[in-house]
Structure formats: structure tokens, C-alpha cells
Ligand binder design. Structure first.
Ligand code: ZN
Length: 183
């Protein structure tokens, strides 16, 4: 597989700076079409959604959410990591959220790598092994259940029981709940 930067330079008109310039123009039009208004920093539905950075998952559209309704936290895989716990702790303790909705998905990029392989790639490229866990996975249901358990077991969170996990099918756009009985 070619490195990403090589792919970018090989594709016409896809230099990153061009993309950002286009988005800035989009933003100017977006702002022009909206009234100036202030929405409360605390999410109205008292909900935090943790999901993957995948480009095919439009969280607001898929869940029917609007501005000001929920926190949306994303990383590679939609995995509960220490940094997600940091965000959830702030979300619950300072900004009033009480429920967590975890959404991982089919055809995730994290299923295409292994922890050992990607760790070795980073170490070979830089001479330094990363301190963070890679968090690759093969079984998405098992991975959702693991993230649910990490929420339930984190003492940093105030609301640990109101957590539900789902798999989003990127082809059908439907959510399927993953059962995670309390043991
Ligand atoms: Zn993903």
C-alpha cells in the first residue's frame, strides 16, 4: 500500500491546502445562511456519543441530532481509551451528560491492522515505540462490549450504568445494538 502523502500528491487537485481552502469557502456560505445565536454549552439531551472517526458516519444525520443536543467524541475505532474517559469525565462532571451511546461500525479501518504490526511500523519509522495502545480489533461486537465495560468500570465517571453499545452498518445505515449483560 502506498503512503497517504504519496496518494495525495498523485491525485489531481487534492493537495490538503486546496481542500481546506474549499472548506473555508463552504463555511463562509454556511455562516451567511444562519442567524447569530448562542446555544448553551451543556448538551440538551444530556447525551455523549462515542464513535469512530470514519468518514462515512454522519452522526448528526444518522441519529437525528441537532446542534447543542449531544457531545460527539470520535477516535480511530470509537474505542473507550483513557482520553475518551477524560472527555467523558468532563462531559458528565461539568457539562451535565448522563448517558453514553457507543457506536462502532462495519468495515472499520481498525480491523485492517494488528496492534503488533502497527506498533512495529511506528517503531521502525521513528525509532520510538508508541506509549499508547493501538486498539485494533477483529470482532466488532466483542470490541463494543469491551468499551462498554471500560465505561462501567471507570471511577472517574458519575453515570456508568447508562451506557449502550451499537454497530452501525456503513452500507445500510442501520444501528444494531450489542447486548452487554451486567455480570
Ligand atoms: Zn472505524
Amino acid at each position: 500500500m502506498r503512503p497517504a502523502h504519496e496518494l495525495l500528491t498523485r491525485s489531481a487537485n487534492l493537495r490538503p491546502v486546496d481542500v481546506v481552502d474549499e472548506l473555508l469557502a463552504n463555511n463562509a456560505r454556511f455562516a451567511d445562511g444562519l442567524p447569530v445565536r448562542h446555544v448553551d454549552v451543556r448538551p440538551r439531551r444530556r447525551l455523549a456519543v462515542v464513535t469512530c472517526m470514519d468518514s462515512r458516519l454522519d452522526v448528526f444525520a444518522a441519529l437525528g441530532l441537532g446542534d447543542g443536543e449531544a457531545h460527539i467524541m470520535r477516535n480511530a475505532g470509537g474505542v473507550i481509551t483513557d482520553d475518551m474517559i477524560r472527555s467523558l469525565a468532563i462531559s458528565q462532571r461539568r457539562l451535565g451528560t448522563r448517558e453514553v451511546m457507543l457506536i462502532q461500525h462495519t468495515d472499520c479501518g481498525m480491523q485492517t491492522i494488528t496492534d503488533d504490526g502497527f506498533r512495529a511500523e511506528l517503531q521502525d519509522a521513528t525509532g520510538v515505540a508508541p506509549a499508547f495502545a493501538i486498539e485494533s480489533f477483529t470482532d466488532v461486537d466483542a470490541n463494543v462490549r469491551q468499551s462498554i465495560l471500560r465505561v462501567r468500570r471507570s471511577d472517574f465517571l458519575l453515570h456508568r450504568e447508562a451506557v449502550r453499545g451499537f454497530v452501525y452498518d456503513v452500507d445500510t445505515h442501520r444501528l444494531r445494538e450489542v447486548a452487554a449483560p451486567i455480570t
